[in-house]
Design a binder for this molecule. Structure first.
Ligand code: ZN
Ligand code: ZN
Length: 175
C-alpha cells in the first residue's frame, strides 16, 4: 500500500522529498488504523503543526482540506500531526522522532523514512489540543471604508465604523 500512496502523493505534490515521505508514512498509519480508517466523510480531522511538504500528503491521501474545515494549522513548527475521528471521539498525535544521521543524503533520508519500522519514525501520544470544532458559517458584512464583504468574525470596529482587516489600523503601544 505504501508504494501506491507514495506514487499518488508525489503526483499531487509535484516532487519527491523527505518531507512528503514523512506525511505519507503518517497517512499510511491512519489508513490502516481501526479507529481512523474508513472514517465517514468529513469526520477525519487533522491538526498539522507545520506547513511543510508533508501536509500535501494529508490533503491528497486523507481528504483533509482547509476548505472542508478538517485541516487546521497550529504553527508550532514541529514535525507533528494530530488526527481525530470526530464520529468516534478518537485522537492520535504523531511526532517525528527519527532524525537524519550525519552524512546521510536527502535521498537516503527519504528512503529511510519510507522503509524504517513505523515506531522508529514516529512517537505516538494523545493529542495536545482537542479536535477543532466543525467549520461555522458567518454572515457577510461590508466594510464601511473599502466596501468589500468579509465574514463577520473578521470585522473590526474602528472610529464607529465596521471595517475589514485590510482597513483596520491595529492600536499597539508595545515595544
Ligand atoms: Zn516537497
Ligand atoms: Zn475595508
Amino acid at each position: 500500500m505504501l508504494e501506491e500512496i507514495w506514487t499518488k502523493a508525489v503526483a499531487f505534490h509535484g516532487h519527491a522529498c523527505p518531507g512528503l515521505a514523512i506525511g505519507v508514512r503518517a497517512c499510511g498509519h491512519i489508513l490502516e488504523h481501526p479507529d481512523f480508517a474508513r472514517a465517514p466523510y468529513g469526520s477525519l480531522c487533522c491538526v498539522t503543526e507545520n506547513d511543510a511538504c508533508g501536509v500535501d500528503a494529508i490533503q491528497c491521501l486523507l481528504g483533509c482540506s482547509v476548505g472542508k474545515g478538517n485541516l487546521v494549522f497550529h504553527g508550532t513548527g514541529k514535525h507533528a500531526y494530530s488526527f481525530f475521528n470526530r464520529e468516534k471521539g478518537r485522537g492520535l498525535r504523531m511526532y517525528l522522532r527519527g532524525q537524519a544521521t550525519p552524512g546521510m543524503t536527502r535521498e537516503e533520508w527519504q528512503n529511510h523514512i519510507l522503509s524504517a519500522p513505523f515506531e522508529e519514525i514516529f512517537t505516538l501520544s494523545e493529542p495536545v489540543l482537542p479536535c477543532p470544532p466543525p467549520a461555522r458559517k458567518f454572515p457577510t458584512m461590508f466594510c464601511e471604508l473599502c466596501g468589500e464583504g468579509a465574514a463577520e468574525h473578521a470585522m473590526r470596529r474602528q472610529e464607529g465604523k465596521m471595517v475589514c482587516l485590510d482597513c483596520f489600523r491595529p492600536y499597539t503601544r508595545g515595544w
